[in-house]
Design a protein around this ligand. Structure first.
Ligand code: C2E
Ligand code: CA
Ligand code: CA
Ligand code: CA
Length: 273
């Protein structure tokens, strides 16, 4: 029997019961983890494909567990989005990435740029620009060292609002990248209107480079388009020398992937420099 509404109750199948109980448990643990700042940022180098030089790094969130394992972000970011926990967590991420980048750039000859992922709800938070502005002031970071990564799907709805947020961020001096480029539904014409600096070619195209000729054409087309619009291009998910060589030959300047390095804890990333 299933009765809903005022004073009623809901009947759940075992499966639904279990998954919602698990969800509640996970949410409770996440809430505590956010309060206690139990998270860690890993850094994956962004490399100049021609010279092999490290030019920057992407901050990637990890949740360390008591048994030493790490929960990958795909497994809990969606829940932090649904519950609003992404807002305090997102604040911690941006602040920590700024502090770490200041530390990294004390050790390098040329400053490295940090790429920070923003989720939909963070991007739609009306306080985002103020938060970033406050954190720039608090940490003293040079905003040119910062790039925020957003996905195409964040740009298809409420185009004008999205554009305003992007302009607000650019005014602070930070840069913007479109992540997972090529997987969204949006038309390419929007690229002319949005103030973005970088396109990150989605890793599925890089993965399929050797097995699928259409991926090769798509990658060439994205690089051509990006360069035509004066944008930087980053290829991500590079796992082999063959992929790296192909990308170099197409004129793609920057790359990220296990072939160069996995994402690393800050202290290990610093050892690479
Ligand atoms: P993403 O932004 O597309 O990040 C790239 C993902 O590919 C990362 O997974 C990275 O570890 C992985 N990767 C890098 N090189 C290779 C490679 O050569 N081969 C393969 N197979 N994978 C590679 P990760 O760290 O598990 O992150 C997954 C997603 O979670 C990210 O996708 C991003 O959407 C989200 N995420 C990660 N950190 C944050 C964060 O701080 N804030 C927000 N809002 N989202 C985050
Ligand atoms: Ca990313
Ligand atoms: Ca990506
Ligand atoms: Ca992704």
């Amino acid at each position: 029997v299933k009765k809903e509404g005022k004073g009623g109750y809901r009947f759940c199948s075992d499966d639904q019961n279990r998954s919602s109980a698990e969800r509640v448990r996970l949410e409770t643990r996440l809430r505590k983890a956010v309060q206690n700042e139990e998270f860690q940022l890993f850094y994956q180098p962004k490399t100049d494909l021609a010279s092999g030089q490290i030019k920057g790094m992407e901050a990637l969130l990890r949740w360390p567990q008591p048994d030493g394992s790490m929960v990958p972000p795909d497994e809990f970011i969606p829940l932090t989005e649904d519950t609003g926990l992404i807002n305090p967590l997102g604040y911690w991420i941006v602040r920590q990435a700024f502090l770490d980048t200041n530390r990294i750039n004390k050790l390098t000859e040329f400053p490295l740029q940090v790429a920070i992922n923003l989720s939909v709800r963070q991007f739609r938070n009306p306080e985002l620009v103020i938060m970033v502005s406050d954190l720039i002031r608090e940490t003293g970071i040079n905003p040119e060292w910062v790039e925020f990564e957003i996905t195409e799907s964040m740009l298809i709805e409420k185009v004008d609002e999205a554009c305003e947020v992007m302009k607000g961020l650019r005014k602070l001096g930070v840069e913007l990248a479109i992540d997972d480029f090529g997987t969204g539904y949006s038309s390419l014409s929007y690229l002319r209107h949005f103030p973005v600096n970088t396109l990150k070619i989605d890793q599925t195209f890089i993965r399929d480079l050797s097995s699928d000729e259409s991926s090769e054409s798509i990658v060439r087309a994205i690089i051509g388009l990006g360069h035509g619009l004066g944008l930087k291009i980053v290829a991500e998910g590079i796992e082999t020398q063959v992929q790296s060589d192909f990308l170099k030959s197409t004129g793609c300047q920057l790359g990220q992937g296990y072939y160069m390095s996995r994402p690393l804890p800050l202290k290990d990333f610093i050892k690479l420099l």
